[in-house]
Design a protein around this ligand. Sequence first.
Ligand SMILES: [Zn+2]
Length: 541
Amino acid sequence: MKTLLSLILLSTAVPAAAIPIEQLKTDTKVLASDAFEGREPGSPGETKTIDYLVKRMTEIGLKPGNNGQWTQDVPTVSITTAPTPLQIAGGKAPMTLAYGPDQVVWTKRQTAEQALVNSPIVFIGYGINAPDRDWNDYEGMDVRGKTVVMLVNDADWWAPTSGKDAGPFNGKEQTYYGRYILKFEEAVRQGAAAAIIIHQEVPAAWPYSVVTSTWTGPQVDLDSPDKGMGRLAVEGWLSLDAAKRLFASAGLDLLALEKAAGQRGFRAVETGLTASTKLENTIARSNSKNVVGIIPGAKRPDETVLVTAHWDHIGRCTPDASGDDICNGALDDAIGTAGLLAIAADVMKGPRPERSIAFLAVTGEEAGLLGSEYYARNPVFPLAKTVGGVNMDVLNVFGKMDGFTIIGAGQSELEAIATRLATAQGRRILPEDTPQNGFYFRSDHFSLARRGVPMLFGRGGGEVIGKPPGFGLAAQANYVAKQYHTPSDEYSDDWDWAGALQDLDMFRDFSLDLANRKDWPNWLPSSEFRAIRDASRKTAP
Ligand SMILES: [Zn+2]
């Protein structure tokens, strides 16, 4: 409490300028134009986007952020795993799990072939090892060379309420431990050969069709010095129906296993089954780019505040009824990238901040936060001396809001700053509508957060001022249902910019607040990122 209070009292008052609206509109319109072809990494649209961003950052007066360069190369690899069945033995009868309806498996190892031969199958509960929560699904089980099959989300997603007292993993709210990436990483640490996650629609927050649309075909990932050999031999998803059949063939009941896995003291179960498959890969390598411009700090230039947005989108996609096949990504995230430029331009008009502010437009968000992940692994500015920052992914064009929602609230001291600034705008702070969806883990700030850098992610919430109750929520739902990742996410002259301006004003003041203070806002003691940050800060030069 003391820390939070002192943060509020110590903050520096910053005169609010005005975000340049006409330029913001122009930048959004250009980035979202058909000429940019939906800004897919590796496409001609990437070249146009990078050129435009460098031109605009130069005009604004930023300095090239990467040791005199405007860009950071992000090496990527695309692996296409041929559709392959999974053979199960050791049960009542041999089983073949079909590629697509039953399972989707792949390998991130950059080899032409990767095999799994009679690998013993273990039910590993939620596949979580969380020392800070005194929870280890691997306790007492040697999984080396084995195939671990696990549940999606974390061990108390089914709880009716959220919060620290609602369960070991904050109840209904999804925690970091519920993320599938972390589950695969933990399986690697435990020496498993393969990890397969059982899909369930409610705790996954999306239908099984997303597995077959997202994890099939070419899979773009960061290229790595170890050529992916540090990954599992096989990763994948299993449909709920296939999982039920799989366990039934071993005389086990998935429902009973699931129940046990949600209880403290759960022990993993050897199923007596084995898995075999042979994956064949086609591999292609390419390069994309992050763009970074900087305002060097006047007093402590070696301390950096980050403002991030992803410039990329999904490029050409399934045509709509009119034949339009360009997914323009106007709201996702041309507008956030334009917002980043607008904040930079606005800060440049005022006195130089004490700390440096880096404006980082990242690539590959849509392929899995690749540009931000690459940056976090290869930071231009040491993470130990990166104070924190704000990420923008989709801005509000439905009007001025009476509230502000911090995504993934309850984690860091940045929230006190955001709360003060939003309150000063006359807004109330509102909880997330769907904390169970884990939105904090789904955009670029998370690549930094998981390495300890406190990052704010939030947006206008509540009601649109001057509109009937529910207008904003309906507009948002309509965007998700009809425009999100389709050719109709296009620039519109009908947008109401007041909400975007409100958030951008706040994010600018937030960045300046971080840049002009002397202390280091941290994660709260209860946050899973606190220990990571404390260890990282000790390495600061
Ligand atoms: Zn996005």
